[in-house]
Write a protein that binds this ligand. Structure first.
Ligand code: SAM
Ligand code: SF4
Length: 329
């Protein structure tokens, strides 16, 4: 699949549910209305969809959400997809999780062929964790992280940089990652979906964070790429990597190789644009995969050049109305 700008689409992110056991303040409103079950693709339909993408050239699949590990029976999908790794199509299956269920699933994930996971964690402070997630218990995430490490999964922590909230914690997070052999990626907040607060209050440019970190740590440029939008440095003192995802201060679209599917089978060609294609109708219309293949190819032919995020101070409206938990991170 080659888009109109010559970029090869090899990376699919699949949101397997819009539900979550947490309510992170920058991601969801407290009182979210979730989708009716009938709108959501079954696990079998999700598998068929992923297989169609793999046949079209997808090499890397990331399951996300909502929280992927709260979907009932999710391990059956993960096992079936994992069984395809190394058979000439799929090369990597991974997931982004909040970590609350990892203690239960880490071993099974490894057995299914998952080798790397991203765990979202914005703070190491239990009280702050509770306030960011509205009710989460950090002890569960810590147990999950240790289970993942023990299972042999390579862990990367994803931390959203939140002004006045976790600004003082990046040193401690780098130390923590150094102790456990985790990488860390810092992410700028993106204006996605209505939340209960004011985003201009939360936005912290990572250029500023990096300059501060450089006063304490030796950050060496790294050519490492994971197929995602992060730019990496190596932290000389810990030997671990530190990534920066800067959708707001730096345009990361030129090398975009990915598209996203929601749990209702809507394909978004860009995280920051509204244009989408419905894949559920072609999926349900026929048992053969011809319709779905054509729908995907038609959509890729419309993949836009890039996004146009701005956090608008005057209107204070999200740039894109749908929440990150719908499109998947
Ligand atoms: N529940 C899983 C988790 O938290 O890792 C997977 C889905 S979550 C939507 C994926 C990632 O998106 C998380 O790392 C989260 O911090 C990030 N995220 C959510 N809303 C965001 C926003 N408005 N700006 C930047 N990152 C956001
Ligand atoms: Fe849930 Fe992840 Fe969104 Fe937090 S960021 S509310 S854990 S989907």
């Amino acid at each position: 699949m080659i888009d109109p700008f010559g970029r090869s689409v090899t990376y699919l992110r699949v949101s397997v549910t819009d539900r979550c056991d947490l309510r992170c303040v920058y991601c969801m409103a407290e009182d979210m209305t979730f989708l009716p079950k009938a709108d959501i693709l079954s696990l079998e339909e999700l598998e068929r969809l992923c297989n169609a993408f793999i046949r079209l050239g997808v090499r890397k699949l990331r399951l996300t959400g909502g929280e992927p590990l709260v979907r009932r029976n999710i391990m059956s999908l993960i096992r079936n997809l994992g069984a395809q790794i190394g058979k000439g199509g799929l090369e990597e299956l991974t997931l982004t999780t909040n970590g609350t269920q990892l203690a239960k699933y880490a071993d099974e994930l490894f057995a299914a062929g998952v080798r790397r996971i991203n765990v979202s964690l914005d703070t190491l402070d239990p009280a702050k964790f509770k306030s960011i997630t509205r009710w989460g218990d950090i002890a569960k995430v810590m147990d999950g992280l240790m289970a993942a490490k023990a299972a042999g999964l390579k862990v990367k922590l994803n931390t959203v940089a939140l002004k006045g909230v976790n600004e003082d914690e990046y040193d401690r997070l780098l130390e923590f990652c150094g102790e456990h052999g985790f990488d860390l990626t810092l992410i700028e907040t993106m204006p996605l979906g209505d939340i209960d607060g004011d985003r201009t209050d939360q936005y912290l440019p990572l250029s500023q964070v990096r300059a501060q970190l450089e006063q304490r740590w030796t950050l060496r440029e790294s050519s490492h790429r994971t197929g995602g939008p992060a730019r990496y440095v190596e932290v000389a003192e810990t030997g671990q990597r530190l990534g920066f995802i800067t959708p707001m201060t730096h345009n990361f679209c030129e090398s975009c190789n990915r598209v996203r599917v929601t749990c209702t089978g809507t394909l978004y060609m860009c995280l920051g644009q509204e244009d989408a294609a419905d894949l559920r109708a072609p999926l349900r219309a026929s048992e053969s995969d011809e319709l779905i293949t054509q729908a995907v190819l038609d959509a890729i032919a419309r993949k836009p050049k890039g996004h146009d995020f701005v956090i608008d101070r005057t209107l204070n409206k999200p740039a894109v109305a749908r929440h990150m938990s719908v499109t998947g991170g």
